[in-house]
Design a protein around this ligand. Sequence first.
Ligand SMILES: O=CC(=O)O
Length: 328
Amino acid sequence: MSDMEMPGVLVSAFEGPHGICEDHVGDLQKHFNLITMKEFLENKTQFNRKIQAIYIWGGKPDINRELLLSLPSLKIVASAGVGVDHLDLPLIASFGVKVANTPHAVSSPTADLGMALLLVSARRVLEGYQMAISPATENFCVNWMGHEVTGATLGVIGMGAIGYKIAQRARAFEMKILYHNRSRRKLEEEEAVGATYCEKLDDLLRQSDFVMLAVNLTPQTQMMIGRRELGLMKPTAILINIGRGLLVDQDALVEALQTGIINAAALDVTHPEPLPRDHPLLKLKNVILTPHIGSATHQARRQMMQNLVESILASLSGLPVPNEVLLK
Ligand SMILES: O=CC(=O)O
């Protein structure tokens, strides 16, 4: 971090030596003078004029007015992943600062994970694993069953890039696909995956054997699945969430899972993350949890890093910024 000619990039990330993938550090340092949040907070005056970009790699950094006021050279906030619900976009834009994310890198691995959660929960793979390794072989049960995926109805909520890739994958499982989205996809796109548009969310909820949440978190989608919506789902249905924990009223979900309103849930995202260790979702047998790993593949993480570098370099050169997030 010695070359002060290079643009300063404030790294906001999870804990760790750099808080970012260690094998990305060398690549990033070819372009930038990396400044960790800890270094910045310990010596703001040394760094504040040098910082031209913020590189967000996980967590929910508070990019607030005070921070923005303290960084007069800031040009861009480059955030790994697709969701930008952790950023106050109008506030950042009011400082003339751009925002970029990495939607393309995450869509395939997140869709893969969605299908993995669907299959694992439908076929009760984790319970099967526990049975297989149980010391008590008398617990092996021939009449122990899951639900068939082939031919079942999948309701995809959110038909952006991730939702569409889920539909592509589900088609290979001969699933009947319904989707609900702010806007309807083109007819040829629907036909290519065999998806039927449900203008009313309630219709999708009533008909689906699996409901997959692949929608962005916005004020409009927050808590979109509450007690009423869970009540519309089939008692045999499985809810899969690969979007954001706050899409779902978690207390209502716990109740629905405990009382048989729905059959099971498979959640890559919760609120908060991680859940407190005594949270009821951790104790339910009909729940599968993963720790927000939709984009956690070597390939996606490398592509995310490269995309962020491209966006930062473009913004510093005054060029159009790839993957710029525009205010709606
Ligand atoms: O959660 C992951 C993402 O927003 O890409």
